[in-house]
Design a protein around this ligand. Structure first.
Ligand code: SF4
Ligand code: SF4
Length: 118
């Protein structure tokens, strides 16, 4: 049924939303971080591994695949490191670690991520 048949004046063409939007664009780590402003509290990490022995024994290491900006890395010695300065405070690692092995607090004193509006 055309739009004019609903009494809305001239017929208008329907827009194919999928075609209009195009294929989804997945942002990489740097692209994501470029949309944000992060004020880093140098030398004062707000995220810490509590016990590296627990990380060594952790077989699944879900922190390494769920952080949206890939801040968790496993080193050759099995220890896990956090690039905390790039944290966007999503809280995923806080809940995904099966051993509650991450000390997680928000950055204090005006530090941390700022999401840009517009
Ligand atoms: S999920 Fe937790 S225990 Fe496992 S590697 Fe990550 S921080 Fe360590
Ligand atoms: S809070 Fe989010 S962005 Fe920050 S380290 Fe954890 S998973 Fe990554």
């Amino acid at each position: 049924m055309k739009a004019s048949e609903h009494g809305h004046g001239e017929a208008s063409e329907r827009i194919d939303v999928a075609e209009f939007l195009g294929p989804p664009k997945l942002l990489g780590r740097d692209d994501k971080l470029a949309t944000l402003a992060i004020k880093v509290n140098e030398g004062n990490p707000h995220l810490k591994i509590i016990d590296q022995k627990v990380c060594v024994a952790c077989t699944e290491k879900p922190c390494t695949v769920t952080c949206p900006v890939q801040n968790y890395k496993v080193q050759d010695n099995g220890h896990t490191t956090i690039e905390w300065a790039s944290c966007i405070e999503c809280g995923t690692c806080r809940v995904i670690c099966p051993f509650h092995n991450i000390s997680w607090v928000y950055p204090t004193g005006g530090f941390g991520v700022r999401y840009r509006c517009g």
